[in-house]
Design a protein around this ligand. Structure first.
Ligand code: UDP
Ligand code: MG
Length: 338
């Protein structure tokens, strides 16, 4: 096992992984800033000279892939993979991480829209050299977000934790992972991905760095409210069975209430009031009917997940790769097999 000091002396090859979906407006600026940052760190010796920026084109419909290919032709620091179709942010992320994982010592994932401060790269690498295998980027302030985005996003983290899906508060997908942490992540074979909940389950020593989240540099958010809600449900049902337990608890509670109602009806019967109680009957039919449907829906969510998992479809398919000729990345997602 090497010591932290030896690690520091060695630098290490870094891959910055950037998922891009219709990001032609921000890509040139993102590329420029990331390159500047990497050159600075390479000059300081904290990362190797052959560190790379890997863009993952998640089936964009605009000129994103042409831009990536153009950047690669100009400078080998820029690399790219193109997915065969739009597979979603989480799948695009692991496509990039797993492609890079076998080629480098550490990866840092970051959004393409420059909302994550590029300066955290240096801080994350520092923590890596200090011995952390995973470094979470945590947003210190959300001043740049709208009131609505802030409240919904913070509510999301709280709800997640309450539902038993433990995540790092205010941490999205900006994080450093060492090669061995990535090898650990590869063992997770699920197709329903919720990376920010899965990564803490990998283990190893972790650390956090905080940064202020900036405004989107250009273009629009690819996460409208409907996608955010879907993502929250995905996170909870991927990581926890607490909703099902809550249904069981609710079942017990309603059963208890029914005993009380049963005693009440008996008392009414023996005191000669047999016709009354229409309101309670109708109300309880509706209430229990509604609860049953919700419960079936929740259980259905999980069964749907099992259905998808049992198919074992690939999480992504890579259509194109622009990288170093000497690098031979693993372009096939073998799910769990290193
Ligand atoms: N993204 C992606 N595939 C998608 C949607 C988004 O790769 O289907 C990328 C997008 O290009 C960006 C990142 O995921 O780099 C985060 O998306 P966005 O900035 O739109 O989300 P927000 O920051 O508004 O939550
Ligand atoms: Mg964004």
């Amino acid at each position: 096992m090497e010591t932290a000091v030896e690690k520091q002396m060695r630098g290490g090859r870094l891959f910055v992984v950037v998922p891009c979906y219709n990001e032609e407006e921000v890509l040139p600026e993102t590329a420029k800033r990331l390159k500047e940052e990497l050159s600075k760190l390479a000059a300081a010796g904290t990362i190797d000279d052959n560190s790379r920026i890997l863009f993952v084109d998640d089936g964009s419909a605009d000129r994103t892939w042409e831009l990536i290919a153009g950047l690669h032709a100009q400078d080998p620091v820029f690399q790219g993979i193109r997915l065969a179709r739009n597979s979603g942010h989480q799948n695009a992320l692991i496509a990039g991480l797993f492609t890079a994982g076998s080629l480098c010592d550490m990866t840092i994932s970051m959004d393409a829209d420059l909302q994550d401060d590029v300066h955290v790269i240096g801080q994350m690498v520092e923590r890596y050299h200090a011995g952390a295998d995973i470094v979470y980027g945590v947003r210190s302030a959300r001043r740049s977000d709208t009131w609505f985005k802030r409240v919904t996003a913070e509510g999301f983290y709280r709800l997640m934790n309450r539902m038993g899906a433990n995540t790092v508060y205010n941490h999205a997908d900006c994080r450093l992972m060492s090669a061995r942490a990535l090898a650990g992540l590869r063992q997770f074979g699920e197709v329903n991905l919720f990376l920010r909940g899965m990564v803490p389950l990998v283990g190893f020593s972790s650390d956090t760095v905080t940064y202020e989240r900036a405004e989107r540099f250009a273009g629009e958010s690819k996460y409208p409210i409907s996608k955010m809600l879907q993502f929250a449900a995905q996170g909870i049902t991927s990581l926890s069975v607490r909703p099902i337990r809550m249904i069981t608890g609710l079942g017990f509670f309603i059963f208890f209430v029914s005993i009380v109602v049963f005693i009440y009806s008996l008392v009414r019967y023996f005191t000669g009031h047999t016709i009354t109680g229409w309101t309670t009957t109708v109300l309880s039919v509706w209430a229990i009917g509604g609860l049953m449907m919700i419960s079936l829906g929740v259980i259905g969510e999980y069964i749907g997940k099992i259905y998808l998992e049992s198919k074992g479809r690939p999480r992504y398919i890579i259509a194109d790769y622009q990288g170093d000729a000497t690098d031979t990345p693993d372009l096939i997602d073998r799910k769990g097999v290193i």
